[in-house]
Ligand binder design. Sequence first.
Ligand SMILES: [Zn+2]
Length: 283
Amino acid sequence: MKYVIFFALLFSFVQAFSQSPGYQVYALRFASMGHPSPIADWSDHAPRKDSINIDFMIWLVRGNNGRNILVDAGFLPDMINTEDAKEFAIKQYVRPDSTLSKLGLKAGDITDIILSHPHWDHIDGISLFPNAHIWIQKEDYNYFVGAAWQKGGFNGGFNKRDVRLLVDMNLARRVTLVDGDNKEIIPGIKVLTGSRHTFNSQFVLVETGRNKVLLASDNIWVYYSLEHLCPPSPGGTFDTTAYVKSMQRMKTLVTDPRFIIPGHDARIFAIFPKISEGVVKIK
Ligand SMILES: [Zn+2]
């Protein structure tokens, strides 16, 4: 009898373990800003004299369940010369999909793209991934394709071609509109809201098996904001108080604040182990 119980326990343990998906998380740089940037341009109240390096990146969440998930998709090369992008004097650009080869993946291997928000530098690359299903917050989608372009709407950072692209993808049934905070959209992958970087931007909490990784994207632009709990520079959120509260909440969601990853701070590439040029594993 004892043996029966032992094997039953062992079996349920093995089953539970094999069912919980584990993910590996990587940051992949695809462009950099051409000159150091005052931190105060990103983080309100930061000293004017200090500057940081700004990178553009996507994040790969690679599952043992066949899912290759991107958080954000970067942008296509012709964006570099638009008015929106000129201020960044972008250098060292490589097309976001080509960075995947450093991890042995192709664009067609991407199964999902979770859009943290629809600013051009995060959404414009979605057309590069022919098999990806897109996940975006419903309120963010609605604002992006609708109210942002009405009188009194705010469409800074939105590009019209991205609006058309996302609408087309929705017509092709390739988009899921996520309705609100704290939703597990894929086993082991949760999206959360509250920062309001855009109308209802989201961030991603990944269960790696050993710990949790929180991909904040632009819900925290740079480490300085997280470390000093200070809001972004003006225009970085619809709700300054909510943005700061959201960072406090993020700290309760991970075992170590090291696993909270801001959207544009180049420092990440010095913190985590390097896999290849411009690629680190977040562990
Ligand atoms: Zn951004």
